[in-house]
Each structure stands twice: as structure tokens, then as C-alpha cells.
Design a protein around this ligand. Structure first.
Ligand SMILES: CC(C)=CCC/C(C)=C/CC/C(C)=C/CC/C(C)=C/[C@@H]1[C@@H](COP(=O)(O)OP(=O)(O)O)[C@]1(C)CC/C=C(\C)CC/C=C(\C)CCC=C(C)C
Ligand code: MN
Length: 404
């Protein structure tokens, strides 16, 4: 089956950016395409087609993850096997609870120093609003693993990291999934993946993203950038949804919710890239698509010189517009999540999206001025997010397009 439902082009005249809604045959396989200007005039969904765009290939992962979660929800769960001798008078439960506490501490530390301040909100939600009893936030173990993975290529020891080291990290990931954790943080993740239908694929893909960061510092077009964004950030959405859970009342298809989760990761990473243009360029990295830069009459040198010109402003307008489209796509899925997850996800979405407003407020100077969302704005986002989180799954199907 092949076909196209709709294709529109938008963005500033100088930098048009296309967005498509591409049909994939039957009602249960429709999806949104926000990738680039490639018009799928006629495409085959065959998995073996080598000419597929990154978006199509990533969508296959989404379908697979959605299918797996449906399957595993029905079947058995892996059970944790802590093979290592346990010292002291602890039960496995005590150790795990300490392990999750440690994960919480790590995330809190990052939340202090980094932009993504979802952790304190998650604490508030879990401790005061959703469960009066203190309960474990299982996504913390995933977040710590993501941060540790990112630290391998971005942290203080990054210069010593080789592809071999990443291979060892991947081997260790397999151990985690097989119930053989190496340390406390791994033990928490082992526990999480034994309790929830989390698949190893997005984790492996994130490591692939780190491999890419070791060998690649330029992206020819948005298709290449999209794949990178999937690896390092879209994967986070796919890892988190099986733990966060889908609202029991949701009538949306699992695929469409995973697609929204993927979109949130991509939107966040695009925003990250737009905010860090100057900083990344000084480290020898230009993530912005080379063909789009050239089309706008810009080059790497313009980025290194770092002068905000009208050409740059216009180029940035297009890039910001595309990132916002991914946020819009993500929005469609948040209401379908379990009630406990909606507030933190809305909060992180609203907070992160404001970084794009901050870039505009800086008159597009993302070379030397860091776009940042002030404390008051952050604070005001919380009740706004709370209000949105009150809205649960839509009763009709028009919003999410497909049925389970
Ligand atoms: C239906 C629907 C919308 C569901 C929501 C799904 C969901 C929870 C999506 C999460 C999306 C998300 C937070 C993605 C992270 C994107 C990101 C910022 C990735 C960064 C990668 C590397 O970037 P870079 O090196 O360029 O940047 P730095 O200079 O290093 O900052 C990351 C750093 C990867 C590491 C990812 C994280 C630390 C986030 C992990 C977070 C979770 C697992 C918890 C998510 C929970 C909430 C409530 C958002
Ligand atoms: Mn990083």
C-alpha cells in the first residue's frame, strides 16, 4: 500500500520547512511526518527498502516497541537475579530502595545544574499529589542510565572514551537486562526493566547515538540530524512510556502514543541543539543541517564568527518553527498517559519549549548568549502544567487518529 494524505509547506519564505501527514495504508497505521521536505509521493512501507528516510526507519522501531509493550503486558515479566553476594543485613528490597534513592540523588543534582528540571516536579507529584505514601519513581533509574551514557562522551573522561568503551557499556547493558547488575544504579535499572515491559532496543540505540557523536561532527541534512536526535533523545521517550504507563481509559493506539513520546524527545533535542549552537561550534560540532545552512547562504564560518545577521535570524526562525512542530506533535499524546505521569511530562514539555522563546528573546544570539528560562517563568509553568494534566484521554478518536 502506498500513498500520501497531505503535505504542506510552511516556515519563513527564505527557509521553507515542510511538514507532512503521510498515510501508511490502513487506519491503524497512520502517522505524522515532521521530518523534512521529502514528499513521499509514493512509498513502500517494506522494511527492506534501503531508500527509506530516517523517519520511516525510526517509525519502524516505534511500531516494534508498541507491539512489544502490548505483547509483554499480556505475558510474563523478567525477574531480577542479583547474583552478586549481598553484604550486611540487607534484604534485596532494602538494597533496591537504597539504589533508587541514589538514583534520585543523582537526578536531583543534575536538576540543580541542568535545564531539565522535571525531577523536583516529579517528586512533588509523587509525594504529595498522587500517592500520599512515598513511592518509587521508576523512571529515575532510566534517567540515571541516560545521564551516565551521555557523560561517557560529554563528561570529564570523554577524551578517553573509545568505541571499545562504548561496546563494553553495551555489554553491561545486556547484563542489566539479564538481571546481572554491576553497581547500585544498574541494580535499580535491572529492577525497573524486570517490572515493566521495557525493551533493550532504545537503550542500545542511545549508545549508538554516542558512537555517532564520537565519529561525526557534521550533518548533511535533516534526515541525518533526525536519526541522531532519535538516538540520543527520541529513545528516552520510548524507554519512559512503558514505565509511565498509558491511562486505562485511553482509546488511542499504543503506536500513536509512542510516536508522541518520540516527538517529545526529538523536540527537546532540537531545542538543545538550537540553544547550544555557539558552545557546540567551539567544540568543533555543528549539528545544524549543512544543506539548510547553505540554502540560507550560511556556512560553518558564519557560526564560528558568531555574528547575528538577518540571514541568521531568518534561518533560526525556520529551525525554531520545526522544533515547535515536534512539540505540537508530542502534545497530542500527553493526555493519554497515566494520570501520575501527565503533570511532570507537561511540565517538562512547557519548560523546555520556552527555551525556544528565550532564543527569540535573545534576538537569535545563540552564539554567545545562553537562552534560559527564568525562575518565575518556570514556577508559573507548574500550575499551567497541572491544569493541562487534569485533562485525561480524549473520549473520541479524532485526536489521536488510531484505535488500539
Ligand atoms: C506521550 C508522551 C509525550 C510521553 C512522554 C515521553 C517522555 C517522558 C519523553 C522524555 C523526553 C526527554 C526528556 C528527552 C530527553 C532529551 C534530551 C535533552 C536528551 C539529551 C541528550 C544528549 O544531549 P546533548 O549531549 O546534546 O546535551 P547536553 O549538553 O549533554 O545537555 C541527553 C543529555 C540524553 C540524556 C537524557 C536525559 C538526561 C533525560 C532522561 C529523562 C528521563 C528518563 C525521565 C523523563 C521524565 C520526564 C518527566 C520528562
Ligand atoms: Mn551531553
Amino acid at each position: 500500500m502506498s500513498g500520501v494524505l497531505l503535505w504542506v509547506s510552511c516556515g519563513p519564505k527564505e527557509n521553507p520547512i515542510s511538514v507532512g501527514v503521510a498515510g501508511r495504508g490502513g487506519k491503524s497505521q497512520r502517522r505524522f511526518g515532521l521530518c523534512n521536505g521529502i514528499t513521499f509521493a509514493s512509498f513502500s512501507p517494506a522494511v527492506t527498502d534501503p531508500s527509506r528516510s530516517s523517519e520511516e526507519r525510526v517509525y519502524e522501531v516505534v511500531l516494534k516497541q508498541a507491539a512489544l509493550v502490548k505483547e509483554q503486558n499480556k505475558g510474563t515479566k523478567r525477574s531480577l537475579n542479583l547474583n552478586k553476594p549481598i553484604e550486611g543485613d540487607f534484604t534485596q528490597g532494602d538494597l533496591l530502595s537504597v539504589a533508587y534513592d541514589r538514583c534520585g540523588e543523582v537526578c536531583a543534582e543534575y536538576a540543580k545544574t541542568f535545564y531539565l528540571e522535571a525531577y523536583p516536579i516529579r517528586l512533588v507529584v509523587h509525594y504529595f499529589f498522587v500517592e500520599i505514601e512515598i513511592e518509587i519513581d521508576y523512571t529515575l533509574s532510566i534517567e540515571v542510565w541516560c545521564r551516565r551514557t551521555d557523560e561517557l562522551v560529554d563528561g570529564p573522561n570523554a577524551s578517553h572514551i573509545t568505541p571499545k568503551a562504548l561496546d563494553r557499556w553495551e555489554k553491561r547493558l545486556y547484563d542489566v537486562f539479564e538481571g546481572r547488575p554491576y553497581d547500585m544504579y544498574d541494580a535499580a535499572l535491572s529492577d525497573t526493566v524486570s517490572k515493566y515491559p521495557v525493551d533493550i532496543q532504545p537503550f542500545k540505540d542511545m549508545i549508538e547515538g554516542m558512537r555517532l557523536d564520537l565519529r561525526k561532527s557534521r550533518y548533511n541534512n535533516f534526515d541525518e540530524l533526525y536519526l541522531y536526535c532519535y538516538y540520543v533523545a527520541g529513545t528516552v521517550g520510548l524507554m519512559s512510556v512503558p514505565v509511565m504507563g498509558i491511562a486505562p481509559a485511553s482509546k488511542a493506539s499504543t503506536e500513536s502514543i509512542y510516536n508522541a513520546a518520540l516527538a517529545l524527545g526529538i523536540a527537546n533535542q532540537l531545542t538543545n541543539i538550537l540553544r547550544d549552537v555557539g558552545e557546540d561550534a567551539r567544540r568543533g560540532r555543528v549539528y545544524l543541517p549543512q544543506d539548510e545552512l547553505a540554502q540560507a547562504g550560511l556556512s560553518d564560518d558564519d557560526i564560528l564568527i558568531g555574528k547575528v545577521t538577518d540571514k541568521w535570524r531568518s534561518f533560526m526562525k525556520g529551525q525554531i518553527q520545526r522544533a515547535r512542530m515536534f512539540f505540537d506533535e508530542a502534545e497530542k499524546g500527553v493526555s493519554e498517559l497515566s494520570s501520575a505521569s501527565r503533570w511532570p511530562v507537561w511540565a517538562s514539555l512547557l519548560l523546555y519549549r520556552q527555551i525556544l522563546d528565550a532564543i527569540e528573546a535573545n534576538d537569535y544570539n545563540n552564539f554567545t548568549k545562553r537562552a534560559y528560562v527564568g525562575k518565575l517563568k518556570k514556577l508559573l509553568s507548574l500550575p499551567a502544567a497541572y491544569g493541562r494534566a487534569l485533562i485525561g484521554p480524549s473520549k473520541n478518536l479524532t485526536k489521536m487518529v488510531t484505535t488500539k
